[in-house]
Design a protein around this ligand. Sequence first.
Ligand SMILES: Cc1cc2nc3c(=O)[nH]c(=O)nc-3n(C[C@H](O)[C@H](O)[C@H](O)COP(=O)(O)OP(=O)(O)OC[C@H]3O[C@@H](n4cnc5c(N)ncnc54)[C@H](O)[C@@H]3O)c2cc1C
Length: 285
Amino acid sequence: MIPQAVDYKRAGSVSEAISLLAENPDAKILAGGHSLIPAMKLRLNSPSLLIDIARIAELRFITAGDGAVAIGAASTHNDIISNADIQSRFLAMVEAGELIGDTQVRNMGTLGGSIAHADPSADWPGVLLALNATVKVEGAGGTREIAAADFFTGFFSTALEEGEIVTEIHIPNPVAGANSSYQKFLQPASRFAIVGCAVAVVITDGVISEAKVAFNGVSGEGAFLDEAVSTALLGKAATLETIEAAVAGAAEGIDINEDHYASKVYRKHLAKVYAKRALVAACEL
Ligand SMILES: Cc1cc2nc3c(=O)[nH]c(=O)nc-3n(C[C@H](O)[C@H](O)[C@H](O)COP(=O)(O)OP(=O)(O)OC[C@H]3O[C@@H](n4cnc5c(N)ncnc54)[C@H](O)[C@@H]3O)c2cc1C
């Protein structure tokens, strides 16, 4: 490998990182580096400056509030899966985080980096969609809060604008009867999702009163909420029959990805299988 020339600055605060970004429009934020550095090695990215945010303390926290759990963007995958408030509220996050890469990736990679990168096969985007998360971003113009459903806009694309960084992710606290699960069919070397399914349900008196089913890895365009499957579950008894009927329509009308790991037909089949597994787990059947 012939390395490219790049400058490096470690930001001490969010405001310093934002100022450095404003002064250097072709700079890139560096968090865990587990997507950006491989991309730079492949010359898919050639920033003139790396602005390291990994050690900014105000970006690395997990706080359980009355309405939501707030997660700082520089929290690592391991910070998330080992946090007691996450463990007691969002099983899907623990199941997803534990299946990301290997120990080194989980210790270095961050939630903010993963969602800003928006790899269609990454695990967190599907989980954030199912859990109805909000992404807080900050730039020279101020802060914005963006629903996860509006944040992911396509193939490696997000609603982040030039000069903005992700600062926090908010996940609403579960209501009574809520549960969630994440199940994936993984690529055995990288452990990225060939098909990943995140579900969040609320069961009231044995009936599914709320449901969100999201996929990553299925569409080359990125993670998406499967409205048809989610709607098919609503108002129905939380039974195997209900789940099997609902997942029969999984990934319908979606432009399904095809690569050397899985054909379109096989991915669509896996989408039904993994949606069923995630729903059976979340409904505790
Ligand atoms: C071997 C290997 C296996 C992996 N397996 C999986 C897997 O199974 N599942 C999975 O989901 N992921 C997997 N990953 C990806 C891993 O989770 C990355 O850590 C993650 O995608 C990016 O996070 P990062 O902190 O490393 O970001 P970086 O690589 O530092 O940055 C990624 C991109 O996001 C931008 N960025 C970073 N932080 C912010 C921020 N706060 N605001 C705005 N922009 C920001 C950067 O500028 C860059 O463009 C794997 C990676 C490797 C190397």
